[in-house]
Design a protein around this ligand. Structure first.
Ligand code: GTP
Length: 253
């Protein structure tokens, strides 16, 4: 068999240090900045460790946008379930994501990255307002763009913000960093026999109520053909493996 023919039929292996994606959207929870510290705080060491991992993939020339959550500081949904007005609680949650956005920006810049922070709710004194075309230009210039403030609307999660911003900026994939190895049939922290899925359809996630993202976020991804990879961000080097096309975590498509 000629080399050319063999090359055509052999499955292509992911290449180390060669990114599969040109533009990604990374969704980070607020808790990821918390590390081992108590609720309501940000661990500067953890933020730097996350920033270094992001720097590693930026060094591969991948364009990176980040949506950050606020759950380490304030969870709108929880406060609403305890009696607070839902919209007010959600606005407080959005403010929490801006605090995290500033902390992440600081950590990223300490690693030498150039960044821009944009907020969905205008607060010009501390960050740029979200302007889609400006965000895309920043990405093209190699700046890491952090989107804070969710979608700017109550009743939407930061996962939905991730799906929305990823669609708007034409990201090829959403990478959702978590503390576990992917999507499981049950909570793997509570059940050792929980089964990990390598691949799922969007409808499986909605139908089986798997905790990947809320149904609004999943529907938006489905409608826009946007794959999601859920992976363990606490394992050093994992994000680089995902970006280089290795089968890590769970792919939802
Ligand atoms: P280019 O147009 O590519 O030069 O992008 P740039 O972001 O470097 O230009 P610009 O002059 O818009 O921004 C310079 C700095 O000001 C950057 O750090 C921006 O993040 C920041 N900046 C721009 N607009 C705002 C704003 O509305 N509020 C705040 N707080 N900072 C802003």
């Amino acid at each position: 068999m000629s080399y050319e023919l063999r090359a055509n039929i052999m499955p292509t292996k992911p290449k180390k240090n060669r990114p599969k994606y040109k533009r990604i959207l990374l969704k980070l929870s607020g808790e990821s900045l918390q590390g081992d510290k108590k609720e309501g705080s940000i661990d500067p060491k953890m933020s730097i460790s996350i920033a270094k991992q992001i720097k590693n993939i930026r060094d591969l020339k991948v364009e990176i946008a980040i949506v950050i959550g606020g759950g380490n500081i304030f969870r709108g949904f929880n406060a609403a379930s305890e009696g607070m007005d839902r919209s007010t609680a959600d606005y407080m949650g959005m403010l929490a994501t801006v605090i995290n956005g500033l902390a992440l920006q600081d950590a990223l810049e300490k690693t030498g990255l150039v960044t821009r922070l944009q907020t969905a709710i205008e607060m010009k004194e501390l960050a740029e307002p979200y302007i889609r075309r400006k965000a895309i230009r920043h990405l093209e210039k190699g700046r890491v763009v952090i989107f804070a403030g969710g979608t700017g609307n109550p009743y939407f999660t930061t996962d939905t913000a991730a799906a929305l911003r990823a669609s708007e900026i034409d990201a090829e994939v959403i990478l959702k960093g978590t503390k576990v190895d992917g999507v499981f049939s049950e909570d793997p922290m509570n059940n050792k026999n929980a089964k990990k899925y390598d691949e799922l359809g969007y409808l499986d996630v909605i139908k089986d109520r798997l905790k990947v993202m809320d149904s609004t976020a999943i529907s938006l991804c489905m409608d826009n053909d946007l794959p999601i990879i859920v992976f363990n961000f606490t394992k050093p080097g994992n994000i680089k493996r995902v970006v280089c096309g290795e089968k890590v975590g769970t792919l939802v498509k």
